[in-house]
Design a protein around this ligand. Structure first.
Ligand code: FE2
Ligand code: FE2
Length: 304
């Protein structure tokens, strides 16, 4: 293999899954506040997803609708349209958990207002002249999404395999939400990166936007976990520290610090391709058995 070939992104799976949005719905009335029993820290660290994803995934959809005219490959266009459908559904499903948290005394509004500002204003459409500046900002956001999707696929793969959550008696409805979403993240894990390669693919941009995405995710996640722990009405002195996170990672209740650190050089490697991570087969198998995905399929069949 020549040096140039060794440096090219290498997809490892040739089969392609047509992406479809599954119109799932969940009922939250039986889900307890601490849905990982006796473990508010793990519960709330994972709950941060419900704070970030509604606005974050709406933003993915918003940006991708703008990039559609730049796609000159029919297959990729179909993948991006499938991706948009799935992310819109993810955003809605996580949004629907928020009223349930509020009913249990955890009003997420002070935090979600900031997240909405971040995605809608800071990362939104700026008043830029048409031409290069507008295209630069669009490409920057496409690259940011590719970097974020490295982590959504990482988390999706993690939650599909997080048997410790089952052993601890985690709420089955919340686990199904997380695993349905995680499985679709694994299923569509190559789309954002393929799109980035198609419209730009600059390595400097990949590194720069990874640094921004990673720092923002760490910052927002620790703040979100702290927000929930401090505002949890059942905790007198709720705290969230890095050691809490590290210990849960060692027990398999959260992703381990080591696995997270090891994922960094993989994304920055020249030969990286998201298909090298996770298992499409496992994701498809979960989606074929997920109670919410099965119910969605049944109601779509009945409506047809
Ligand atoms: Fe998603
Ligand atoms: Fe995604």
């Amino acid at each position: 293999m020549s040096n140039t070939q060794a440096r090219l992104p290498r997809p490892v799976e040739s089969e392609r899954i047509p992406l479809k949005a599954r119109k799932v719905s969940f009922s939250w009335e039986d889900t307890p506040l601490h849905w990982v029993p006796g473990d508010p820290f793990t519960t709330h660290t994972i709950n941060v997803l419900h704070l970030l994803l509604p606005a974050g995934e709406r933003w993915f959809v918003h940006v991708y609708k703008q990039v559609l005219p730049y796609i000159r490959d029919e297959r990729l266009r179909e993948d991006v349209i499938g991706f948009i459908g799935q992310e819109a559904m993810h955003s809605q499903a996580h949004d629907e958990v928020l009223p349930h948290l509020k009913d249990q005394g955890l009003d997420p509004t002070p935090y979600t207002a900031q997240v909405d500002w971040l995605f809608e204003k800071l990362l939104g459409d700026r008043t830029l002249p048409p031409g290069r500046p507008r295209r630069w900002w669009l490409m920057e956001r496409v690259a940011l999404i590719a970097a974020i999707e490295h982590y959504t696929a990482f988390l999706g793969d993690w939650v599909l395999n997080a048997r410790e959550l089952d052993r601890r008696g985690a709420d089955p409805t919340m686990l199904d939400l997380l695993r349905w979403h995680g499985a679709e993240e694994v299923e569509h894990r190559s789309v954002a990166f393929d799109l980035f390669l198609h419209v730009d693919g600059s390595y400097a941009r990949r590194v720069r936007t990874w640094a921004v995405a990673f720092s923002a995710l760490v910052f927002l996640w620790q703040r979100g976990a702290r927000f929930f722990m401090e505002n949890d009405p059942t905790l007198i002195d709720g705290r969230a520290t890095f050691m809490d996170f590290h210990r849960r990672g060692r027990r398999g209740l959260l992703p381990s610090t080591g696995a997270m650190l090891r994922s960094i050089p993989r994304y920055l490697g020249h030969a990286y391709h998201p298909s090298q991570e996770g298992s499409t087969e496992q994701a498809v198998a979960y989606l074929a058995a997920s109670p919410a995905a099965l119910a969605a399929e049944k109601s779509q069949e009945e409506a047809a």
